[in-house]
Design a protein around this ligand. Sequence first.
Ligand code: NDP
Length: 263
Amino acid sequence: MKKFAVFGNPIAHSISPRLHNLAIAGLDLEAFYGRVLLEDEKNLKSKFLELNLSGANITVPFKEEAFKICDELETHASKIGSVNTIVKDSNKLIGYNTDAIGFLQAIDEFGKIKSALILGAGGTARAIAYALNTKNISTSIVNRSEKRRQNFLDYNFKTWNEFVPKGYDLVVNTTSAGLVKNEYPMPIELLEPTLKNSQYAFDAIYNKSTNFLNLAKNMNLQTKNGKDMLVWQAVFALDIFYGGVLNKDKIYTFMNKAVNLGA
Ligand code: NDP
């Protein structure tokens, strides 16, 4: 029996065990997927080894630490600078990042995209900016503060004060604004003129229709929340745990069912 787990803090709310266990059962795999609350990032590697895991997913706030403890990194993870999936191969820990490919799969239903604006500059913004860059999409970032500018030297990074609104094919919210409070990710006087001339809006927040998405919908943009990104990053992770031999569409069907069980 293979053992997998998701590491994070907090972790009680994570739906990863539900997604993975339903797919594991549906595909007749002999495995169990649990959750681990980690207090100190320094214990990530020892806990992984102590639990004798074959693989793990890593969520907030340990993706950068996961990047540091891996013996080898696949290209996406090494370019993004964070790891959300670890696989044990012989005695080595191999790090992957499936957030970027999960995002690209999620926006696949949108039409041709040539330009994109990302709101926010955290870990999710880094994965999404990288994903868009692999598709040669011209990508700009706008953030409320200056502090993460150095992470986006290859992109057109602006703070709210510097930003001049214009239209983009795609506008993506990666801030956590709207997650708890009904706030916009950027002042409305900047957001409205941006959305007015844009076509598609995507919100990484997956469990609600945020003020950002509601505004975009009212302005006739095609919109999508982060649920499919969450499901697809998990689909790719499970497939990686098994060496890339599983049927991803089948995994998606089971995981999509699992995510909707909690809706
Ligand atoms: P980070 O903490 O790394 O980054 C958050 C970013 O949002 C920062 O740039 C921060 O600005 C900005 N921000 C935070 N609060 C506000 C606010 N009230 N107004 C404007 N900007 C704000 O978070 P992550 O990148 O890890 O996660 C961001 C979101 O993405 C979360 O809501 C998370 O749930 C979601 N997510 C979804 C996934 C999916 O699969 N669908 C996967 C991973 C995350 P500053 O730099 O100034 O602090």
